[in-house]
Ligand binder design. Structure first.
Ligand code: AMP
Ligand code: GLY
Length: 423
């Protein structure tokens, strides 16, 4: 199978690394890719916003299957254009990608299908939103409706903060994404990410993970795209997984199919495990970054046929096997991230390759023959071990092998799982 992978982050490096191990693969291309992905794939300088260029490349190279990594191209309809050209593609249609692209869309679906989630209201003007917030009281959560690169959510512990967040949204802090605001009840519990493939009719549960969204140790400082992750998340017991499938994933699939927009691709359910059980915080319609990196470390099965089955309606009867160990990844980011940071800072050394560890590249590039950091999140130092503590020790030992003056990282990735092991 000739495959084109779309994307250039750590998630796509992990997907490329795993797809490249498939006996079914004949050739792997990636657009635009990065220096890590280049170890596994032929990089193609395609503008992935230009859908007709992507289709033309696929037809010219006789690409059998396209795997779309990030949400942007999905929400923009790349999967639709490829399917219309007769090319199999992993990732939902633009209509189904609204599950991630519009928080209001997802909340309405939850309400129609009795999917557990926080009570909410949708608003297009500040005064009505504020009246609702005053009536509900704090803590309360304010969300820009659209895609805001993970920055459109304010968990307000005080009323004033909630009112200010509403003004920010309507004053354009998140551009068009904030033209509508969703106000949501605060959910108390432990968060977990849950991943599940869907071909539109059949669901195949994958695995769970836990992300670390705040930039600083002890979950302090601003939110980021994710500073580290581990899998599995111990809070996702078999009972919670079963309830999530039954109470959240299955009704979502039914709802999407009944609306004429059957969902194919991967559900990334952001869950809060509350006293009542799993509740949906949000859906993403692609693998998590850096959650994908730890999932790929643990996956024993061949990934490529699973993704292809999700894309072609043939998931029934398929299974995914996982290593029982814990995988953990530490994100190394440019100093200043998630704010402004210097670009093109040199990465002088990476750790020697060793069994059970893998450094995935995110925002890196080659410049004058040397590796440089070009993004906010730059390297994902990943390890697998017998326990969360063992994986953590291995990952941080590999972090010590990175020589990059402008990099920083959290020192406590996996702290919840490690604390559970010590308890
Ligand atoms: P999101 O961008 O929707 O993932 O939200 C970012 C973060 O805000 C989540 O990972 C949660 O930590 C938090 N959050 C979002 N919605 C809620 C909620 N209803 N209750 C409590 N925390 C929330
Ligand atoms: N790590 C969170 C995300 O990929 O959205």
């Amino acid at each position: 199978m000739k495959v084109l992978l779309i994307g250039s982050g750590g998630r796509e490096h992990a997907l490329a690394w795993k797809i490249a191990q498939s006996p079914k693969l004949t050739r792997l291309y990636a657009a635009p890719g990065n220096p890590g992905i280049a170890e596994e794939a032929t990089l193609v300088a395609l503008d992935t916003d230009n859908h007709s260029d992507v289709v033309a490349f696929c037809l010219k190279e006789a690409i059998d299957f396209v795997v779309v990594g990030p949400e942007g191209p999905l929400v923009a309809g790349l999967a639709d254009v490829l399917r219309a050209a007769g090319i199999a593609v992993f990732g939902p249609s633009a209509a189904a990608a609204q599950l991630e692209g519009s928080k209001g869309f997802t909340k309405d679906l939850c309400a129609r299908y009795a999917i557990p989630t926080g009570a909410y209201g949708r608003f297009t003007d500040a005064e009505t939103a504020k009246a609702y917030v005053r009536a509900e009281g704090a803590p309360i959560v304010i969300k820009a409706d659209g895609l805001a690169a993970g920055k459109g959510v304010t968990v307000a512990m005080e009323l004033d903060e909630a009112l200010a967040a509403i003004d920010d949204c309507f004053d354009g802090a998140f551009g068009a994404a904030g033209a509508e605001v969703v106000v949501e009840a605060y959910l108390d519990g432990e968060e977990a990410s849950f991943f599940c493939l869907s071909d539109g009719k059949t669901a195949l549960a994958l695995a769970s993970a836990q992300d670390h969204k705040r930039v600083g140790d002890g979950d302090t400082g601003p939110n980021t795209g994710g500073m580290g992750a581990y899998s599995p998340a111990p809070v996702m017991t078999p009972e919670m997984t079963e309830r999530t499938m039954k109470e959240i994933i299955e009704p979502t699939m039914r709802g999407m199919a009944e609306s004429g927009h059957a969902f194919s691709g991967v559900f990334f359910a952001g869950l809060m495990i509350t006293a009542k059980g799993p509740e949906l915080i949000e859906y993403n319609v692609r693998f998590g970054d850096p959650e994908c990196q730890v999932l790929m470390m643990r996956m024993k099965s061949d990934l490529l046929p699973l993704l292809h089955a999700a894309a072609t309606g043939t998931l029934a009867g398929m299974d995914a096997e996982w290593r029982d160990e814990t995988a953990l990844t530490v994100v190394m980011a440019s100093k200043g991230y998630p704010g402004a940071y210097d670009k093109n800072t040199p990465i002088a050394a990476l750790p020697d390759a060793s069994a059970g560890t893998k450094v995935f590249h995110a925002g890196t590039a080659m410049k004058d023959g040397g590796l440089v950091a070009t993004g906010g999140r730059v390297l994902n130092v990943t390890a697998i071990g017998e326990s969360a503590s063992a994986a953590k020790a291995l990952a941080y030992a590999a972090v010590d092998g990175v020589s990059w003056d402008n990099g920083f990282y959290r020192h406590d990735i996996g702290w919840r799982a490690v604390a559970r092991e010590k308890a």
